[in-house]
Design a protein around this ligand. Sequence first.
Ligand code: PLP
Length: 375
Amino acid sequence: MKVYADNSATTCIKEEVVEEMLPYLKELYGNPSSSYSLGVTSKIGVDNARHEIAKKINAKESEIYFTSSGTEADNLAIKGIARLHKYKGKHIITTKIEHLAVLESMKCLEKEGFLVTYLDVDKNGRIDLEELRKSIREDTILISIMYANNEIGTVQEIEKIGGIAKANGVFFHTDAVQAFPYIDIDVCKENIDLMSISGHKIHGPKGVGALYVREGIDFLRIQDGGHQEQNKRAGTENVASIVGIGKAASMLDYSKAQDILDVREYFLDRALKEIKGCKLNGDRENRLPGNVNIQIENVKAKDLLVKLDMCNIYISAGSACTTSSSSPSHVLKAIGLLNKEAESSIRISFGYDNTKEDADYIIDNLKRIINEITN
Ligand code: PLP
């Protein structure tokens, strides 16, 4: 048996998505900027994908900009807004638990003279709305707070955060790379000005993302070159992958998120009851449906992962992007875990394809391996 339960790291690409992409990798190779029919066909592929994504989040097609990744969408939103609007002010608000795509963009802006407030989170990973309100200053131009966290799955009160930003005349960006696969987002209702998503978290291809920017909000591009994507993202479009992210978005069926939650809850009930010294990191509610982040006393996550891999179980310790780093997760530290607790924490992220049998297979092997390690 093989169990892939690392859907926060990436998801398997759907067959229908591959089928949709293939013609654009073969015969439909025109450049979408070319005016002859082969080029126009590619442009139609890109525009259809734009339509699908816009429809999914209640946006207009002209509000969607394709990028090379969720990372690039975050960079473009944060740097693009900050650099254009710096004459209004140079203060930005974010949180301590953002993805590195956001945190490193903030660091870059700090070097350019911006001032960044990093909000604390509580033990469940949520920010305090009152603290957010208090941290807004005369010169605040941007609030960037992730929709859902990639390690502990915490979902923030996005609509309220958006409302606070709006009431104070501050732009609001949210990194929805982890939320978009499972939560039906309405950018208008939720007061979201800018939002990042990624292809490979929604059973689409890797290396493609999109940024939503509300109509009327201007931002600077971060890369020089041609006039693609309304002159905001230079570079010939990755047509096949854009077609892929569009198809994957169109196939998202949020009504099935409840099934993922059922698998997660079944897994957690068993884990907390049957694994000695097992504790859930973060809140059981306000969490992405498939996210499990647990610490297991006296066990090193690194050792567990190697042994789980040997029985074809694919999960992770923290986020995939930081597994090469030896320091404990900044997210787990921000919710108050000691280094030792963070180092014994694993993340299991169930997705649309996982079943209760998968949960059983993971639990049974976890119990066996923990027994081997601790005895
Ligand atoms: N933001 C969050 C919350 C993520 O989890 C990730 C990827 O793990 C990214 C941004 C980066 O997306 P991409 O892998 O498309 O660069």
